[in-house]
Design a protein around this ligand. Structure first.
Ligand SMILES: [Zn+2]
Length: 134
């Protein structure tokens, strides 16, 4: 079975994923920009049962475009955003791909909220680009 590992910046939070992600995409939304301090995030949607975590995360309750809660989990020590759980997508974990030990392994198939990407950032080859969410 496939097996991938990752963790936060300081190492207090470590995780293992078994199985393959359901989707891999880049998100340019303003929330991803603010929470990451960058201009986009790499997101892996995985099944809850495929995710195992060691270490404690702190919860920040954000809201998605739909108004539904997005539960964002950060390392309490270093502040790295590790994952989110979306109330409207139960049973799924949205993992922030930059926290993977090998973030280059998963190739994004889509870019979402591309209308909010900076003009200097060209489309990523091989992705389907959506101006808003999907
Ligand atoms: Zn940490």
């Amino acid at each position: 079975m496939s097996h991938y590992t990752g963790g936060c910046l300081c190492g207090a939070v470590r995780y293992t994923i078994t199985g393959e992600p359901r989707s891999v995409s880049l998100c340019h939304c303003t929330h991803c920009q603010k929470l990451s301090g960058s201009t986009f995030t790499l997101n892996l949607v995985i099944r809850e049962q495929d995710y195992t975590q060691e270490g404690t995360t702190q919860l920040f309750e954000d809201k998605g475009d739909s108004g539904n809660p997005v539960l964002r989990h950060f390392c309490v020590t270093c502040g790295a955003h590790v994952l989110a759980r979306i109330a409207s997508a139960p049973g799924k974990v949205v993992l922030k791909g930059g926290t993977l030990d090998n973030p280059g392994h998963f190739v994004p198939a889509a870019e979402i909220y591309a209308s909010r990407a900076p003009a200097w950032l060209p489309p990523v080859a091989g992705t389907q680009r959506f101006p808003d969410g999907i």
